[in-house]
Design a protein around this ligand. Structure first.
Ligand code: HAM
Length: 473
């Protein structure tokens, strides 16, 4: 297999010489990959089309959401909009591109996301821009930029959309994925932490998820964390040789991030690490106890996971994750926590915040409902035969659509049998049969595709009769 690379092109063009077959990308790290697991452009491989022209496939880790899947997505979005609105949240829509500085300052320079996973590029104007890896920093940026806090610092905002992280793709982990985000600003009351967790669990259960596991922890604040950091460094120093390269580096840049490491060798050492919870100050402890009290008041079961530190630097006090055993290795369906310093760190006033994000793809993958349950099928198919009937059908069909009837018809001059077959394939509820003879006799036949029955309708009152039949069903 050979590659011809057009280095003159503004986009590198890779053309593979193999004909007529689907070429799978090389396994991660193999020949043809760029060394860090990504294959040549066209991440799903390069495919020959029906002509000699290659089909351009999607980028590795970027997924299409196909029409048969979007019904489920819309259902989940509608439920989120309804439930979040009931809890006082309003939608905010933010850009997917931000200045790189926002995430460096917001998420933390020495996090995996900022160090390794961001899609960052130098814009033609000479500015570094980044496809957002998460939404919290952007929501705060908008909250500050538009002085939303000036009218009332207490604001509940939600946003739904794509995020971008250049992680190694696998089941449940993509490079473009979607999140449903909720952020509550302006209140540092521990009841609010519990309230937002309640909303999250209520939403996940409402869309049909069961067997959810809620884990919580307290990450302390800037007053109590230095003592923990010192103790952690004390444990890790002298054990550097047993740590992976990343953790050796983290030891000097951001020791707490060793808890994010998935390497077995580091896991063995980290297992002996002190618990952050043993170092938190009385204010943080009291906050944590009151969060737990409120969760109990809501009868929400939870576990305290003292090892959970989350992968973003902005958290203070409460952190939480919702996991499910149905997801395999990537088992976190949602995560969040309190971030009482973030607004200030991004240049704003001293305003507390708490929020979470749900992984949309992960939620969809374990939703018990089937795609077919959300399939939207035509209510009416107009099978027209003969030139005059086709003209009438064209106008009638579009009028019915404007009256709210999901209508399909034939534009290719198929035989009646062919049109009926198509109506069947589309799962149309009714078919209106209209031939030139019926037209001359000012009538049409309405066929109930489920029952197999047929009735004659007068052309003069056709639209009204169709709408009445659909309503009565
Ligand atoms: P996060 O834990 O990085 O938190 O992401 C939240 C959720 O997004 C994860 O639990 C997971 O379901 C999903 N997710 C993350 N990365 C991927 C991926 N590569 N592919 C598929 N799904 C993924 C945040 O992003 C914080 N901003 C949450 C937050 C909001 N904290 C406070 N407010």
């Amino acid at each position: 297999m050979s590659f011809a690379i057009d280095t003159q092109s503004p986009f590198l063009l890779y053309s593979r010489q193999t004909k007529g077959i689907f070429i799978k990308p090389e396994p991660d790290g193999g020949a043809g990959a760029d060394g860090d697991g990504s294959a040549a452009p066209g991440g799903a491989g390069v495919r020959k089309g029906l002509t000699d022209m290659e089909i351009i496939t999607s980028v590795k880790g970027f997924k299409d959401i196909l029409p048969q899947e979007t019904g489920k997505w819309q259902y989940v979005e509608e439920m989120a909009r309804k439930i979040f609105t009931d809890f006082g949240f309003r939608e905010i829509r933010i850009p997917i591109l931000e200045k790189t500085e926002l995430f460096k300052r917001g998420i933390g320079e020495a996090t995996d996301i900022v160090e390794k996973e961001m899609y960052t590029f130098l814009d033609r104007g000479g500015e570094y821009l980044t496809l957002r890896p998460e939404a919290t920093a952007s929501v705060i940026r908008a909250y500050l930029e538009h002085s939303i806090y000036a009218a009332d610092p207490v604001v509940r905002l939600f946003t739904i959309g794509p995020m971008f992280r250049r992680e190694r793709p696998q089941k449940g982990r993509y490079r473009q994925f979607h999140q449903i985000n909720a952020e509550l600003l302006g209140l540092d009351d521990p009841r609010i932490d519990a309230e937002i967790i309640l909303m999250l669990i209520h939403f996940l259960k409402s869309v049909g998820l069961a067997d959810l596991r809620l884990e919580i922890n307290s990450l302390g604040c800037r007053q109590c964390r230095p003592a923990f950091k010192e103790s952690l460094i004390g444990l890790l120093q002298g054990k550097e040789d047993g740590l992976c390269g990343d953790c050796q580096r983290r030891l000097t840049t951001n020791p707490i991030r060793v808890f994010d490491c998935k390497m077995e060798q580091c896991g063995r050492i980290i297992a002996q690490a002190p618990r952050l919870l043993d170092f938190i100050c009385s204010t943080c402890r009291d906050h944590f106890e009151r969060v737990k009290g409120s969760l109990n008041a809501f009868e929400l079961s939870f576990e305290v996971n003292t090892r959970m530190v989350r992968g973003l630097d902005y958290y203070t006090k409460t952190a939480f994750e919702v996991t499910t055993e149905f997801l395999g290795a990537q088992n976190a369906i949602a995560g969040g926590g309190r971030y009482d310093r973030l607004v200030k760190d991004l240049g704003g006033p001293d305003i507390a915040g708490v929020g979470f994000a749900i992984g949309f793809e992960r939620l969809i993958s374990i939703l018990p409902a089937k795609n077919e349950e959300f399939l939207v099928t035509p209510q009416l198919f107009i099978a027209a035969l003969g030139s005059q009937a086709q003209k009438t059908a064209f106008v009638l069909g579009n009028r019915l659509r404007m009256m709210g009837v999901r209508t399909e018809m034939d534009y290719t001059g198929k035989s009646l049998k062919g049109q009926m077959k198509r109506a069947d394939r589309l799962k149309s509820r009714y078919t209106l049969i209209l031939g030139d003879r019926e037209l001359a006799e000012k009538r049409a036949e309405l066929r109930d595709m489920e029952k197999g029955t047929q009735e004659t309708l007068s052309l003069n009152t056709l639209k009204e009769a169709i709408i009445k039949t659909l309503r009565e069903r």
